[in-house]
Design a protein around this ligand. Structure first.
Ligand SMILES: [Zn+2]
Length: 556
């Protein structure tokens, strides 16, 4: 029986709502940032069949309550749309969860100690893998050499990937297993670090990493499946409902599809195809795939690489590195190749996304895209540049002019700011991590973390985007603070802008009626708390398709 107050509410509702089917879930008593300009902040919402049915007041939402409806009192907490990382590596995260974590190690000795601790119980001869070392965080910021690692671990091949994934360190046993000697030549687009007598030091840059990596036994399909599961669970814990996976091989994408088909991908997985000619030919022939298996998998993008990374001096620069005057970085693929793929892909309905960090890398990609789009004039191509990290002043307006999306990772700015000036000099910093300059040209800047290069927590990039300060609030006022985003922009950069970059804005990216009910409950209001309190925010729950996939503690 209806109570009078409830009856009165019904009378004031629009005609359609009264006859609508009841909601599955009604959330009340929340501060909901919808990222929907028509109703930006509401206190309640209703969800039906995995989608948003209504946003507005509790009084209106409760009219959609039926006998089986769950009503969730959010206790005044903040809700935002589910966050999406527009550039990350899902399998890489799964592998790094399994391998030795070297992130944050303050010295080479600490790196070695962490590997030694893991090596206990691992049989001799078995490979030990680690990830995350960063010599820029050590007292001695030169690249390490293998001797100390080899002495500490003489019986197992050890291979440790640098934090940016663009360099690897092998011990003597790994060098032997890979059969790399002083006679081994540098491959194109790669460099073996050497002693004065040409002996490999153990560090391999960019394409040279393959010399060691090809000797590492590949993981089994079941191991990869477990890693993907673990990486999704870890992502959900931090409020992510999906990511754009910046390049996987065909076997991995096939595995992801098999899992999605079986309902084992509770995530919005936008996976890019790694640059392998057979894989690219296969997927182009199949055609673009969007929202497969009930909006869990997208395969419609080809990932290319123009250059390396700044930390390992592999990013291609127009002028030499300030701290390495003979070096202008590395091109890891020929510009003609990028242009050829960017010509072929849109003909088949595919997007292209190219890694470019240095100003020369970025210019070459824009040139290649421009030439390709002259041949194949597709209006809505949404070509992307991944990172777009260091831009020459003249190239900033070209993104908007060509309709190219700069897919950036704000957290790289706060990780790199301590040494970026040494690499680039002050003049080039003006075009580095320059998201404000890009936004001013009228385009969107999807945000990401590039995990496992950085930590998974998407609020690290949210905080970097708005504060341009590290977790200790350094430097005061922010690094090159004229490039800061507003909080509204930063929220969009993790929700609706990634959706746009993935052709998903009709179904994702905001809490709008009809869209997928993907949202996050936070313990504080990231849109209003002091900047220094943003990183203390905890995710209370993550919902995908109206269902909780992560809960810190059971909610009523
Ligand atoms: Zn990446």
């Amino acid at each position: 029986m209806l109570r009078p107050a409830f009856f009165a509410v019904l009378l004031t509702l629009p005609a359609g709502a009264q006859s609508a089917r009841p909601a599955d879930l009604i959330v009340t008593n929340a501060r909901i940032y919808t990222v929907d300009d028509s109703r930006p902040v509401v206190t309640a919402m209703a969800i039906r069949d995995g989608r948003i049915a209504f946003t507005g007041s509790a009084r209106e939402a409760i009219a959609l309550k039926g006998t089986a409806t769950r009503v969730l009192d959010a206790g005044g907490r903040t809700i935002i749309p589910g966050m999406v990382d527009a550039h990350a590596h899902l399998l890489g995260l799964g592998q790094s969860l399994r391998s030795v974590a070297l992130y944050g190690a303050k010295s080479y000795d600490e790196v070695i100690a962490r590997v030694v601790a893991r090596a206990k119980g691992i049989p001799a001869g078995q490979w030990i893998l680690g990830r995350g070392w960063d010599q820029n965080q050590w007292g001695d910021t030169r690249f390490p050499t293998n001797e100390a690692l080899s002495r500490a671990l003489p019986n197992n091949p050890v291979y440790l990937t640098r934090v940016d994934g663009h360099a690897g360190l092998a011990n003597a046993a790994a060098l032997r297993a890979a059969n790399v000697t002083a006679a081994t030549k540098d491959p194109s687009g790669g460099r073996i670090e050497r002693t004065p007598s040409s002996e490999p030091t153990g560090v391999f840059i960019d394409n040279a990493k393959g010399l060691v990596e090809q000797s590492i036994p590949s993981e089994t399909r079941e191991e990869a499946r477990a890693e993907i599961r673990a990486a999704i669970a870890e992502s959900q814990r931090w409020g992510l409902v999906g990511l754009h996976d910046a390049g996987e091989s065909r076997p991995v994408i096939d595995l992801m599809e098999e899992m999605a088909k079986a309902g084992e991908i509770p995530f919005r997985l936008y996976v890019m195809i790694g640059d392998d000619s057979a894989a690219v030919a296969h997927y182009l022939a199949r055609g673009p795939q969007s929202g497969l298996y009930d909006n869990h998998l997208w395969i419609r993008t080809i990932k290319l690489y123009a250059d390396g990374a700044l930390g390992s001096r592999g990013a291609a620069l127009l002028e030499p590195y300030t701290d390495d005057p003979a070096n202008t970085g590395l091109l890891v693929s020929a510009p003609a190749h990028i242009q050829a793929v960017a010509t072929r892909a849109p003909r088949a309905g595919f997007q292209v996304a190219t890694h470019a960090i240095g100003d020369r890398g970025n210019r070459l990609v824009l040139d290649a895209y421009e030439a390709a789009l002259k041949t194949v004039p597709v209006a809505d191509h949404r070509f992307r540049v991944e990172h777009a990290q260091i831009l020459n002043h003249d190239d900033i307006p070209r993104f908007a002019a060509l309709g190219v999306i700069p897919s950036m990772q704000a957290v790289h700015q706060t990780s790199d700011m301590y040494w970026a000036g040494a690499r680039l000099g002050q003049g080039r910093l003006l075009g580095a991590y320059a998201w404000r300059s890009l936004l001013e040209t009228g385009i969107v800047v999807p945000n990401g973390s590039d995990f496992p290069v950085e930590a998974v927590n998407p609020l690290l990039s949210f905080h970097s985007a708005v504060a341009r300060q590290d977790a200790e609030n350094w430097p005061s006022g922010g690094w090159m603070s004229e490039q800061r985003m507003t909080r509204d922009e930063a929220l969009k950069s993790m929700t609706i802008w990634p959706a746009f970059a993935g052709f998903q804005e009709a179904t994702m990216g905001s809490l709008s009626p009809g869209k997928l009910a993907d949202f996050v409950i936070l313990d504080r209001d990231i849109m209003t708390v002091a900047e220094r309190d943003i990183l203390g925010t905890a995710v209370i729950a993550t919902y995908i398709g109206g269902k909780p996939v992560y809960e810190r503690a059971a909610l009523p």
